[in-house]
Write a protein that binds this ligand. Structure first.
Ligand SMILES: C[S@@+](CC[C@H](N)C(=O)[O-])C[C@H]1O[C@@H](n2cnc3c(N)ncnc32)[C@H](O)[C@@H]1O
Length: 360
């Protein structure tokens, strides 16, 4: 179930809800099964429950009721079904209705993401070397924000987060050092429809030194509800000649120090209890695997965050690398290492866990 479907999807006809309620007072499982069979036929024939997601969901749940072995079990499933159509229950940081959790088939909940193709719909394109696939900000915003909330991307690049935010009805602010890339992001955002009339602004600035509070104040905001960070993976891709660019850091330590400054600034404006997603990969240099991802993770943990998940995502090889695939395989066999095929999405929550607060 996509967010757009969720927004557009009407509740089933009151008549159906009334039938479910009436079923709850049935005193025999046979009556329940017969009524469900009739109801199923009606749903199949005229789509009375609204869009196809609704109908599918309802039919699956009704099947479950009909398959119950006991009347008590059937009543239990009917009460649950009634709640799923009449009440919304969320975890407070997103719009996912937990009473209908089975419907959100597009939301990933496993820590291994094997995503074969980037989403190239709308204005998204793979043109900007080093951008992330739109599915990453999509997943983060669906899981960790509600509609109308504010998202900060401290390394906005060509605006992937902003485009997704605009589609999903989240306000987004991006910070990006390279003015030419900011122009590109603005062009893309302007070309994407803005159905929810949200803000999607990217500014040219150094995210290590910018005054984040002043930036938010320009939009009448004191805080954000999600931070997304997709920094350079140290010097793997040189994004510019600007010495302030994190890809021009003098060493791993220097890179981590700068990243720490961005994290500290972002933490100041992120609401407590809300989330920060860090997307980063590792590096191999001078015969050594440098665990940039885990080093960066430690930086965020040091800033008062709790680690919620480490997602390992398959890594799309760049075109240049693909043509050299055989060469890399040879080098790996010779050098005793493995060729990179993954990167990380680290997910943190601002604030310490209950155990840590208790001193455990
Ligand atoms: C990995 S890319 C981010 C790509 C982005 N997620 C997208 O989908 O287009 C990292 C970006 O950080 C920018 N950058 C590097 N140092 C920066 C700094 N100090 N302040 C702001 N942006 C910076 C680079 O110019 C580059 O565009």
């Amino acid at each position: 179930m996509g967010e757009a479907d969720h927004i557009a999807s009407p509740l089933p006809a009151e008549a159906i809800l009334a039938r479910i309620r009436a079923l709850k007072s049935a005193t025999s499982i046979t009556t329940i099964r017969e009524t469900i069979a009739e109801l199923g036929e009606t749903l199949h024939s005229d789509g009375a429950a609204g869009d196809s997601h609704e109908v599918e969901f309802l039919l699956a749940r009704l099947d479950q009721v009909a398959a119950s072995r006991t009347l008590e079990r059937a009543h239990y499933y009917l009460s649950r079904l009634e709640r799923s159509f009449s009440q919304v229950r969320t975890n407070g940081v997103n719009d996912i209705n937990l009473n209908r959790w089975q419907e959100y088939t597009d939301i990933l909940t496993d820590s291994l993401w094997l995503i074969e193709r980037r989403d190239n719909s709308g204005v998204h394109s793979a043109d900007y070397w080093g951008n992330f696939i739109p599915q990453i900000p999509y997943q983060m915003m669906r899981r960790y924000t509600r509609r109308g909330e504010w998202v900060l991307d401290t390394f906005a690049g060509a605006g992937t987060t902003l485009i997704e935010g605009q589609r999903l009805g989240r306000h987004t602010l991006g910070i990006e050092l390279n003015p030419a890339v900011v122009e590109q992001a603005r062009r893309l955002v302007a070309a994407e429809p803005n159905p929810h009339h949200t803000v999607a602004e990217v500014i040219v600035a150094d995210s290590c030194t910018l005054d984040y509070r002043a930036l938010l104040a320009q939009y009448g905001q004191g805080s954000v509800q999600l931070v997304i960070m997709h920094p350079p993976y140290f010097d793997i891709i040189k994004f510019s000649d600007d010495p302030r660019d994190l890809s021009n850091a003098g060493s791993v330590e220097d890179f981590l120090g700068r990243l720490g400054r961005v994290v500290a600034r972002a933490a100041e404006v992120l609401d407590t209890g809300r989330y920060l997603a860090l997307v980063i990969g590792d590096k191999y240099a001078d015969g050594e695997w440098i665990p940039l991802g885990f080093r960066a993770m430690e930086v965020v943990l040091g800033a008062g965050f709790t680690l919620k998940s480490i997602v390992v995502k398959n890594f799309e090889q760049t075109t240049a690398k693909r043509t050299q695939k055989e060469l890399w395989r040879y080098r790996a066999l010779l050098g005793g290492f493995y060729v990179f095929k993954h990167e990380y999405v680290f997910i943190f929550r601002k604030g310490h866990s209950r155990e840590k607060r208790r001193g455990g």
